[in-house]
Design a protein around this ligand. Structure first.
Ligand SMILES: *Cc1c(COP(=O)(O)O)cnc(C)c1O
Length: 404
């Protein structure tokens, strides 16, 4: 039902447009029958973990999908990043963006490394070689780029920069499944790349992660590091962990990989619908994926220009959430402003103006399995209604939303 007056907004005490929440996370599930059959077979085999047949099959198929020689699955994306640091034998400082999921920097800290936060380009939301270069010191050991929203993080520039300075380059590709740069899958760039198969991602194993690389020696080190004891390889790594993917996770991942083209297409239809509608809403600009490249269309990212819109980004989010449109403010705050990080590294608070600007302006709108095209239209209708009643929204809506 559409709103006729602002008194009908759920944030004003009216009833919400949606009775069930619409989520930003993907939340795609396999068909129940396929899931049941896969799990029956696991029970029959009584082979639950330790590099079982499904994990091996998934690793083979995922390597083929990304176009790398090796894919090595692990428990989740965070463990994948931690294993990456040990396999790359990093020490000292790693240059990383602050506009990312907290796990990107937390994994560095777990690995005993010092995160050095770099600002991002205001248009691509990613690191560039020009932004990274001034931060390189004698203690720099690596650059960890993030392909934010699935857009490639300056692979040419960062490759060249890391080569010149003798640094390792690796990537957090957790948003980048199925995304390309100059026609190549983004997982092919850097010494290695890391993926997440969390339920909110476009390829889901409920929880899961993977490291991909073309380097045989590095693959050996990763296979050793992800396993605390028995392993398929015994390369020389300083410390190991139990990061094995289970057969149940691999069963989910295989079903999701099979359905991935359909998932990306379903996302694309929703994404295109949002894009059409945002062409006509002033104060809100649609952040497009890299043109001419493949994408998984996992995120609908909108940048809010509060002055033009007439009310703040946070008021918009407040109104939407009351209607069960669970818009998110990723990634707010920037990692440099997280309590735990700021305590150790206070110097970044005034050094990342583009990151601070973006964290105060970006909104993600629902997309994925909990949304259909008609609902996207309803979300856009509601936003247009807010724009038409901007002054009243600004006056009447109080912001209390916590979190992202
Ligand atoms: C999801 C995500 C991670 C962490 O992955 P998990 O599988 O949840 O541990 C890391 N980095 C980015 C950018 C992510 O989006």
């Amino acid at each position: 039902m559409s709103k006729r007056s602002i008194a009908e907004l759920a944030s004003m005490g009216g009833s919400p447009v949606f009775s069930d929440a619409l989520h930003v996370g993907q939340l795609h599930l396999p068909e129940w029958d396929d899931f049941e059959r896969a799990f029956e077979q696991i029970f029959e085999r009584r082979y639950f973990t330790n590099h079982g047949p499904l994990v091996r099959e998934f690793d083979r198929k995922f390597a083929e999908h990304v176009g790398t020689k090796h894919a090595i699955s692990v428990t989740n994306g965070t463990i994948a990043l931690m294993v990456a640091c040990k396999a790359l034998k990093l020490r000292g400082e790693v240059i990383v963006p602050a506009l990312t999921f907290p796990a990107t920097a937390q994994a560095l800290v777990w690995a005993g490394l010092v995160p050095v936060f770099c600002d991002v380009d205001p248009t691509t939301h990613n690191l560039t070689a020009d932004l990274v270069e001034p931060l390189i010191t004698q203690d720099t050991t690596a650059i960890l780029g993030v392909h934010l929203w699935g857009r490639a993080c300056d692979p040419d520039g960062l490759q060249e920069l890391s080569r010149t300075h003798g640094l390792k380059l690796f990537y957090d590709a957790c948003h980048g499944i199925g995304c390309t740069y100059k026609g190549r899958m983004v997982g092919q760039f850097g010494a290695l790349a890391v993926f997440s198969f969390h339920a909110t991602k476009a390829l889901s194993a409920a929880e899961g992660g993977c490291l991909v690389t073309d380097d045989d020696d590095l693959a050996d080190l990763i296979r050793t590091a992800r396993n605390f004891h028995v392993s398929e390889s015994f390369a020389d790594v300083a410390v190991r962990i139990n990061g094995k993917m289970t057969e149940c996770q691999a069963a989910m991942a295989l079903l999701s990989l099979e359905r991935f083209p359909a998932i990306a297409e379903q996302n694309r239809l929703l994404y295109e619908r949002y894009r059409e509608r945002f062409g006509s809403i002033g104060g809100l600009s649609f952040v497009d994926h890299a043109l001419g490249e493949e994408s998984n269309y996992q995120y609908c990212v909108v940048e809010v220009e509060s002055d033009e819109l007439g009310f703040s980004r946070d008021k918009l989010v407040q109104v939407l959430r009351a209607e069960n449109i669970m818009a998110r403010r990723y990634f707010r705050p920037g990692l440099h402003r997280l309590e735990a990080i700021r305590k150790c590294y206070p110097q970044y608070v005034h050094q990342l103006p583009n990151t601070d600007r973006l964290t105060s302006r970006l909104v993600q709108l629902p997309l994925g399995a909990s949304v259909n095209c008609r609902q996207v239209d309803q979300v856009c209708d509601l936003i247009e209604f807010c724009v038409q009643n901007a002054e009243a929204i600004d006056r009447n809506v109080a912001v209390d939303a916590a979190g992202d």
